[in-house]
Design a protein around this ligand. Structure first.
Ligand code: ATP
Ligand code: MG
Length: 122
């Protein structure tokens, strides 16, 4: 089974708060993997690190063997890395299908139809 995603020594501090401490994980292609832990354990921070929403203080992220640690979010999306959001009502008027499309960088409707998805007010 091929390794799809790997983290090496991934670390993120918010001030003095350690949100991710030397995370070394390997995710295999074709395997559904869950991250579980108590509130504040660092799950969302870890997802943010994988997607590029948050930059690590240390460590590397490898996707299909390529170092993507410094890639911007949109470049990771183009490689097939997408996410959904913990708070699902950011765009309350988006359809069920529109929200994952948004989080994967896909089409989410035009500016007039969904101004909140384009940085404007509804
Ligand atoms: N933007 C931020 N600024 C400062 N501290 C943060 C920030 N984001 C997260 N933290 C802190 O980092 C730690 C990990 O938070 P994170 O949200 O990643 O945990 P979580 O496992 O997703 O929690 P939950 O189960 O509540 O969603 C917590 O102590 C949190 O308070
Ligand atoms: Mg969370």
């Amino acid at each position: 089974m091929a390794e799809l995603l790997r983290t090496e020594g991934l670390r993120k501090y918010y001030g003095v708060v350690s949100a991710a401490a030397d995370i070394n994980l390997s995710f295999q292609e074709g395997v559904l993997t869950s991250i579980i832990g108590p509130n504040g354990a660092g799950k969302t921070t870890f997802i943010h690190l994988l997607t590029g929403h948050v930059r690590p203080d240390r460590g590397r992220i490898l996707f299909q063997g390529e170092d993507i640690t410094r890639l911007p979010t949109h470049a990771r999306v183009q490689k097939g890395i997408s996410r959904s959001f913990q708070v699902g009502d950011i765009f309350p008027r988006l359809s069920v299908g529109g929200k994952p499309a948004d989080s994967s960088g896909g089409p989410i409707g035009d500016r007039d139809e969904f101004p909140e998805a384009h940085g404007g007010r509804p």
